[in-house]
Design a protein around this ligand. Structure first.
Ligand code: ZN
Length: 102
């Protein structure tokens, strides 16, 4: 039997699938729990539904490293020059072209 461990809890299905796609690009198989809940789970409001991502135990540390890198890439940063919020994948401010302060 496969030994899966919980890697991450996503706030919603969109985030879960974004993370899953990222990990799978790096060769890590991901199981998503939370989308196929039936019956009793239907009472829960959709907004409060957490989605759990599981990976095989042997991939856990690698997956955690990738997850941290993914979150760093996504982390928004604020431009010191003009105050604009930039998505993590922008290397310079999209508004004024300034570089982020380290
Ligand atoms: Zn700026």
């Amino acid at each position: 039997m496969d030994s899966y461990v919980e890697l991450y809890r996503a706030a919603n299905m969109i985030e879960a699938h974004a993370v899953k796609g990222y990990l799978e690009q790096h060769g890590i198989l991901v199981r998503v729990l939370g989308e196929a809940l039936g019956g009793a789970a239907g009472e829960l409001p959709v907004e409060s539904q957490e989605v759990r991502l599981l990976v095989e135990r042997r991939h856990q540390s690698e997956a955690l490293t990738l997850l941290q890198r993914y979150q760093q890439e996504l982390a928004p940063w604020q431009c010191a020059a003009c105050g604009e919020q930039n998505d993590g994948h922008f290397e310079v401010c999209w508004r004024c072209g300034a570089e982020p302060e380290a």
